[in-house]
Write a protein that binds this ligand. Structure first.
Ligand code: ATR
Length: 287
C-alpha cells in the first residue's frame, strides 16, 4: 500500500514507455516488502539539470537510460571508475546530498555469464553503447577482449582505448564470417552485442551453426525474442547459451545493490525473470 512513508525510485530517459525496469523493480519491492515505488519519467535533454537537482533535493535514487547516459555525467558530483571508463552512467545514488554515477550494464553482462573471465578469450560482436560497457568490464576483469564490428573503425577505436586505459589485451577483428570462424577456434566466450536478430527481424543472425563449437559459451544481449536466431544456431552446435534477460536482470540487481545493499541475488533474479517472462510472452508482438 502507498502511504506517507513510501519512497520513490525513478527512471529517466526518452522514450521510456517500453522500459521493463518498472516491472522488474516493483516486483522486487513487493516481494521484499519494501515501501518503495519505481516510476519511469520521459525527460528532455534540456530538463536534465533541473531533474538531477530536484532528485538531489528530494533524495530520490534513479536509473538513466537512452539517450541520457552520457549527457547526465555533466550534472553529477562524482562518477565511479567503471562509469568513467565506459563513459556512460545508468545508475545514480544520492548520498549525503551528492549525486554519484555508476554503470551496471557491463557488470550485468559479466554476472549473467556466471564464470570467472580472467585470461579467457572473449569475442564481442558490436561496438555501440552496450558493447562498450561489456568490453570495459571484461577488460577490468582481465579477459582478453576481441571486438568485431560492421564499421571496423569503431572496433579499432574501442580496442585501442581498452588497451590504453586498462592495460589488457584487446584486438579488433573485421565483421567477416570467414575470419570470425577461424578466430572463434581460439575463443572461450562469444557475446552478440548488436541489435541484429531483434524483433521484428528475428530471422537475422551474424553467425551460424558451423561457426560455433560445443565448448563455447555464447551470449546474446537481445531479449526480444528470448531465443534469438543467433542463440538457436549456437545451440545447434552444442554450445552453452545465455539469453539477453540475464544482462537486463543483473544490471537491475546491481542497481538495487548500490541503492539498498539487498543481498539475496538468487531470489531477486528469480522474481525478475518470472515477471519479465510473463510480460514478454503476453506482449510478444508489441515490445
Ligand atoms: P546499443 O547502445 O544498443 O549498443 P548502438 O550504440 O546504436 O546501440 O550500437 C548498435 C550496434 O549494432 C553497433 O555495433 C552497430 O554496428 P555499426 O557500428 O557498424 O553501426 C551494430 N549493428 C546494427 N545493425 C547491424 C547490422 N545489420 N549488421 C551488423 N551490425 C549491426
Amino acid at each position: 500500500m502507498i502511504d506517507a512513508k513510501t519512497k520513490l525510485v525513478a527512471l529517466i530517459g526518452n522514450p521510456v514507455e517500453h522500459s521493463l525496469s518498472p516491472i522488474m523493480h516493483n516486483a522486487v519491492f513487493k516481494k521484499f516488502g519494501m515501501n518503495y515505488v519505481y516510476l519511469a519519467f520521459k525527460v528532455d535533454k534540456e530538463k536534465l539539470k533541473d531533474v538531477v537537482n530536484c532528485f538531489k533535493a528530494l533524495e530520490i535514487n534513479f536509473n538513466v537510460t537512452i539517450p541520457h547516459k552520457i549527457e547526465i555525467m555533466k550534472y553529477l558530483d562524482d562518477i565511479s571508475k567503471e562509469a568513467k571508463l565506459i563513459q556512460a552512467v545508468n545508475v545514480v545514488k544520492i548520498d549525503n546530498g551528492k549525486a554519484i554515477g555508476y554503470n551496471t550494464d557491463g557488470i550485468g553482462a559479466l554476472k549473467a555469464l556466471k564464470i570467472d573471465v580472467k585470461d579467457k578469450n572473449v569475442l564481442i560482436l558490436g561496438a555501440g553503447g552496450a558493447a562498450r560497457a561489456i568490453a570495459f568490464q571484461l577488460a577490468l576483469n582481465r579477459a582478453n577482449v576481441y571486438i568485431s564490428n560492421r564499421t571496423f573503425e569503431k572496433a579499432l577505436k574501442l580496442s585501442d582505448e581498452i588497451r590504453k586505459k586498462t592495460g589488457t589485451k584487446s584486438f579488433a577483428i573485421p565483421l567477416d564470417r570467414k575470419i570470425l570462424r577461424e578466430k572463434i577456434k581460439e575463443m572461450d566466450i562469444v557475446i552478440q552485442a548488436t541489435s541484429v536478430g531483434m524483433y521484428p527481424n528475428t530471422n537475422e543472425t551474424l553467425l551460424y551453426r558451423e561457426d560455433f563449437r560445443k565448448d563455447l559459451i555464447v551470449m546474446d544481449i537481445v531479449y526480444n525474442p528470448l531465443e534469438t536466431r543467433f542463440l538457436k544456431e549456437a545451440k545447434k552446435a552444442g554450445a552453452k547459451t545465455i539469453d539477453g534477460l540475464g544482462m537486463l536482470i543483473y544490471q537491475g540487481i546491481e542497481s538495487l545493490k548500490i541503492w539498498f545493499e539487498i543481498m539475496n541475488e538468487e531470489e531477486m533474479e528469480n522474481i525478475m525473470r518470472k515477471v519479465l517472462m510473463e510480460h514478454l510472452s503476453f506482449n510478444r508482438s508489441s515490445v
